[in-house]
Ligand binder design. Structure first.
Ligand SMILES: Nc1ncnc2c1ncn2[C@@H]1O[C@H](COP(=O)(O)OP(=O)(O)O)[C@@H](O)[C@H]1O
Ligand SMILES: [Mg+2]
Length: 367
């Protein structure tokens, strides 16, 4: 009886249905330890970062399921360790050795809410306990300092032979914006060639410290500038933001193709401005159409991370410089963004597991 295997435990854990955790995350390697004397059972599991109330809930479901499947076991203890996995990549290791994952937030078109999504995802991941950095690489409209209420310029210090920039900090994240360094009135034609140089510098000359996620707010579109940037940044993956309407979807499709062409995995699609709920009547209006993001994800075999409604408080938060997940965390739209951030964290984890799966399985010993 004392020789319960990881595989048996894993099969039991997989019986638990919880919409907040993808079953693909439960692989042999996520079970770090099992210990049993026939009566007592201890299981250590590693999962991507999520808040303790979600983990506590999951833990109880796991325990219940194990007790049902193994009737001789009287006491079950499940520990869930949360950990952000590392995207292993030579380029990333040389440019950003202390950054575990890099994520591009991109869109085919401007004005779809890409910066709003980038800011709120960054703050949401940080709220769940991750170390997060944000690079505003949108040379056409660097709006992140405004959305985070930042006015000062980053400070610089001398480190042996090189100068290092200290990122600014706001709402628990570190950030740097091209907008803090480039004059607003500089012509775009001059900013274009500068973009990849500046972004490279943001990666090497900014003192980021250790980060779980470094998020890039990319310039919208799929032209040369965007392509150069995508090839400059060693990306774990990309997130595409679109509205549900066809004109936005057409460009989102192009963005998705640009990433796959250069072998950057698309971690998911986020639909923004999905619908509007009238505050007086509670009636739902599909202002820009319905279901476009989900349809696009299906068509292009990308994961649908979720849809964010049109909400005047989101716009107001952006203008005030207070991200919605921080300002009004209990409102529905903030909760939706928190869920999207957790879905994204799971996709990153899955991507890293898949990339390493050969090694992981070889290293895994049945106990
Ligand atoms: N879901 C939403 N509800 C209300 N306003 C939004 C929403 N998404 C974005 N906005 C607002 O729309 C404007 C454009 O969004 P932004 O993130 O700057 O777009 P992009 O970076 O794609 O150009 C901003 O003022 C932003 O606050
Ligand atoms: Mg923007």
């Amino acid at each position: 009886m004392s020789d319960i295997t990881k595989t048996e435990i894993l099969n039991t854990l997989k019986n638990v249905n919880d919409p907040r955790i993808k079953k693909e995350l439960l692989i042999l390697n996520s079970i770090k330890k099992i210990e049993t004397n026939g009566k007592n059972l201890l299981v250590d599991i590693v999962l991507p970062l999520s808040p303790s109330e979600v983990n506590d809930d999951l833990k109880n479901k796991f325990i219940k399921e194990i007790k049902e499947d193994f009737s001789d076991i009287k006491n079950v203890k499940v520990n869930i360790e949360t950990k952000v996995s590392v995207h292993k990549d030579k380029n990333k290791d040389s440019l950003l050795p202390d950054v575990k994952n890099t994520i591009a937030v991109a869109s085919g078109k401007g004005g779809v809410g890409k910066s709003m999504v980038a800011v709120n995802l960054a703050v949401a991941l940080a709220k769940d306990g991750a170390n997060v950095g944000l690079i505003d690489a949108d040379i056409y409209g660097p709006s992140i300092p405004l959305m985070l209420g930042i006015k000062e310029k980053p400070k610089v210090y001398q480190n042996q032979q090189t100068m290092k920039m200290i990122p600014l900090e706001s709402y628990g994240i570190k950030l740097i914006s091209i907008g803090l360094l480039v004059d607003d009135n500089a012509p775009v034609i001059w900013r274009g060639p500068m973009a990849s140089g500046a972004v490279k510098q943001f990666m090497t000359d900014v003192d980021w410290g250790e980060l779980d996620y470094l998020i890039f707010d990319m310039p919208p579109g799929t032209g040369d500038i965007q392509l150069t940037l995508v090839q400059t940044i060693p990306l774990t993956g990309a997130v595409i933001v679109t509205t549900p309407q066809e004109v936005s979807l057409i460009d989102a499709r192009k963005a998705l193709k640009m990433f796959t062409r250069v072998n950057v995995p698309v971690l998911g699609v986020i639909e923004n401005m999905s619908y509007f709920i009238a505050p007086d009547t509670g009636k739902k209006y599909d202002i820009f159409g319905n279901g476009g993001g989900a349809k696009l994800s299906e068509e292009l075999k990308a994961h649908f991370l979720g849809g964010i409604p049109i909400e005047p408080k989101i716009r107001a938060g952006g203008d005030k410089g207070i991200p919605i997940v921080f300002d009004t965390p209990d409102l529905e739209h903030a909760k939706i963004i928190m869920t999207i951030a957790r879905n994204l964290a799971q996709q990153v984890h899955l991507r890293n597991l898949t990339a390493d799966s050969k090694i992981e399985i070889l290293l895994d010993n049945e106990e």
